[in-house]
Design a protein around this ligand. Sequence first.
Ligand code: SAM
Length: 301
Amino acid sequence: MDPEPLTEGGPATGRIWASRKAGRSGVVTNHRDLIEEPEGFSTKNLFFKSKGLYLYETDILHFDSIPDKSLDLTITSPPYNVDISYEGYKDSLPYDEYLDFSASWLTRCLALSRPTGRLCLNIPLDKNKDGQQSVYADLTSVAKRVGWKYHATIIWNEQNISRRTAWGSWLSASAPFVIAPVETIGVFYKDAWKREGGSGVSDISRDEFMDWTNAMWTFGGESATRIGHPAPFPLELPTRCIKLFSFVGDRVFDPFCGSGSTLVSCLQTGRLGIGVEMVDSYCRLAVDRIKASGLYQTKFE
Ligand SMILES: C[S@@+](CC[C@H](N)C(=O)[O-])C[C@H]1O[C@@H](n2cnc3c(N)ncnc32)[C@H](O)[C@@H]1O
């Protein structure tokens, strides 16, 4: 039988490909049926809950509403420390403090992850504003220092040439600026890369698998104006990570949930989504996006 995946944002029911290795039947009637109701999730700081989606309004550093060793996959784009004007959050820490903050939340996420838990960390390659910094290299070092094991790096080619506004010394070797218009997705894991447990059901097509395991991803970014959040990532990013690195029904976490993109992807792909966001207006935006996604009504209401 050839793989026959659900399309993104596709119907609520359908046939999905089940991994032969997992020895499953290959056919399920509703991919959300594979989500199991979690035990031990508390209502502390719970902003929104619907079947399979949990959004907590709190600081990730103090987040203790779910048990440790709960998560299969964390996908996140943390604050980049580039002075973005978030509501209620200052995005311009001294660089040392930013790295300390990064170590703290990466440690928290590690504790929340299962032994086979994975992390997809979306960060820029470099920081160019207010002094150059090798953000990707530094956060990768921090992640490894706190205990995450390194697997690979995906280059996300955003094709954003509008960033090329600062040339430094134009047509002179005096002090030219060199800028790569790409971001990175560092892929890490806790103890073991090979997955055990879970449904064993994958919903990725042959073409997607071939395309996405080539770690150069090319697709555009998301419009801050369209979404109403200063730094959203496009749904394409969490959706690719979810389908490539998790089974249907897995628990997927975003500790910097923002406008809720990761939760919307979870809704579309049949994963249990857990988000943390400290700004109230972004939590409200995330719920609006979930409810507007079209899938919400057919599945929950
Ligand atoms: C880069 S944005 C994430 C955007 C998200 N990926 C999306 O698609 O909308 C980072 C988010 O982290 C939130 N944030 C910053 N510090 C936080 C913290 N300590 N705990 C939880 N959320 C935090 C900010 O309010 C912001 O919404």
